[in-house]
Design a protein around this ligand. Sequence first.
Ligand SMILES: [Zn+2]
Ligand SMILES: [Zn+2]
Length: 773
Amino acid sequence: MDFHRRLLSCTSLRSSRTLHALLLISGQSADILLATDLLNLYSRLGDLPAAALSFNQIPKQNIFSYNSMISSFVRHGFLTDAFLCFHRLLAVPNLRPDSFTFPVALKCCTSLEDIKKMHSLVKRSGFGTDLFVSSSLISGYSKFGSVEYAEKVFDEMPLRDSGCWNAMVSGLCQSGRDDYAVQVFNQMVQVEACVDKVTISCILPVYASLNDLLMGMSVHVYSIKHGLDSDIFVSNALIDMYSKLCCLEDARHIFDSMECRDLVTWNTMITAYEQFGDSTVVLEFFGLMKRNGLKPDILTLVSLSSAVSQIQHEGNCRAVHGFFVRRGWDEDDIFAGNAIIDMYGKMNKVKYCQDVFDRMHVRDVISWNTLITSYSQNGLANEAIEVYENMGRYEGLKPVQGTFASILPACSHIGALRKGAQIHGQTIKAGLHFDVFVGTCLIDMYAKCGKLVDAMALFVGMPISSSGPWNAIIAGHGSHGQGKKALELFSEMQREGVNPDHVTFVSLLSAFSHAGLVQLGKEYFQLMKSRYGIEPMVKHYACIVDLLGRAGHLDEAYKLIQNMPLKPDAGVWGAFLASCRIHGNVELGRLASTWLFEIDHENVGYYVLLSNLYARGGEWKGVNEVRSLAKQRSLLKTPGWSSIEVNNKVNVFFTGNQSHPQYEEMYKELVILLAKMKNIGYIPDYSFVLQDVEDDEKEHILASHSERLAIAFGIISTKPKSTLYIFKNLRVCGDCHNATKYISRVTEREIVVRDSNRFHHFKEGNCSCGDYW
Ligand SMILES: [Zn+2]
Ligand SMILES: [Zn+2]
């Protein structure tokens, strides 16, 4: 019986055990060659203990059996055992490691020190110039970020093969030394060293990250010339490069022309479409992939989870979650768990986020960040802050850039200025306050909490070479009604050599709108494309419709909407409807609402606007219609809330909510206020009440709008005449706006209200917005 051949061709553990038994019976188990074959077989089939046993049963192990054993340990991830085995080998008299031992032994080094020790052993053993060993040394040094040592080994080599070149290029890529990697690659082409598929698939991601399409394409051409482009590794790397450089069509072309594709190919393509926001194609590809007999892995599902949350398809979300659960990945794999939390967060299912988070066996800082973001983006800012605090308290995790970028918007959202300032302190401690993302969030937080001066002070001290901080500070001035200052900042931005992007123009155009600067707005809307080469998006159209509409140019605004190259969304129609209300244009308002109720029929704000518009035009039939429509659809989707920070605690009030411990006191205060306000001329405007009830009740409903509760709470819990800062999630209603003006008079307080749109500074019976909001 030819054991050697049988051992090599065996493919199942069962038959390998049979072979093992036969070997023992035949008395050939002590044969060192056959015993090593057996060891390799067990290792290949995944039974490492059996492999180790076979090794130990060899009476006198030679270098081949040692090499096999050490690589088995490495292959299965048992680096310490591999290392011990290597040292056992060193202790055997007359046995020396060879050029196969060192590359494997280098793989089980766990520190730079280990590598250095191994290097000197390599030299002492006379393998210092061996190609295979040297390549492994280069990879080893690179793995621990020591490019200098890697380079030294590389330079000292009298002769180089493609393996060493590749080790050098990929080592540099791994260490993030992209420019240097390109240099070495060019050198390689110059000296006509063998550029192979490994080199190409190493260098392509570098050109993608350097954003160098031209060089990427030239590598593509090179691979075609040398017949490497049909290789699956190369094709996958090409798809990846083209998609990262936004050439999705080229990526697709390569995909289509491939003869065989593996999981990496499919995943790369799926990820590309997901990143491009083309979720429908992602689902198509996923279906195709399965029909082609490939099983999705974690990477596929992570892309898929992002795609299904983009199209907001709940059924698909559950299906993706099911996929993860059936494989146990939701609990065991951090990457998968985080993706599911993110998916449910985007689907507004925060409860599921918390459930998935709680069930994860291991969590990392990204899991916490994702949970914070999920709460924050769903308006549950206090909950987000609580999670943020628990993160340090229970798991001792230090916040990182992403943590601050998740928690600061939560503070902005509810106007938690004190908390925000505390977190500002923590960013300094973490050395991240000058980080451009964190800095931008801080500027945004101060501006949104009403502290424009602090935002500006922070902005001035920051390195401002990217658009983020500029966009935040321009938007900040805009929401405070300072359009001219916003424009000054915009000009300064360009003097500093920072290019405006599409976010800059949203900030700028809405700044013009809040300040009523119509001419400037129109001018920059044109310039945006002609001078800055930025194609207007739906958001920009919403800004310009808002700007024209508020200023009373309703016809012009309507014409613009009709001629839009993009489909107008709820933002565009909402801005238009609000303008129709200000200017009492019932006809156009009705038209806008027809569209709005089709696109976003759950937003209570639009019904209120329309009802008020009808009431002002004396169309009571219309008012009744809107009310019954609103009733039918039981609008509970976005409850109105307002918040106020008192004594470092954020109090959130929902409309009509009576559960606050100090509600009695607040209610008394509201009654007194109402009497005083009526004395100086306040008349409640019932058209802002959607419920069909008696006038008394309507007055009561208006007086329990969330911002009034917050104001009442502010009055009873702060010093007389001090300024109140109120934050509201929706647009402030017309009656509350009017009432707040009166309240500022009777209480002699400044009241700052930030609604979903802008800041209102109420003082002595007037508002900074000039009643256009
Ligand atoms: Zn109101
Ligand atoms: Zn106002």
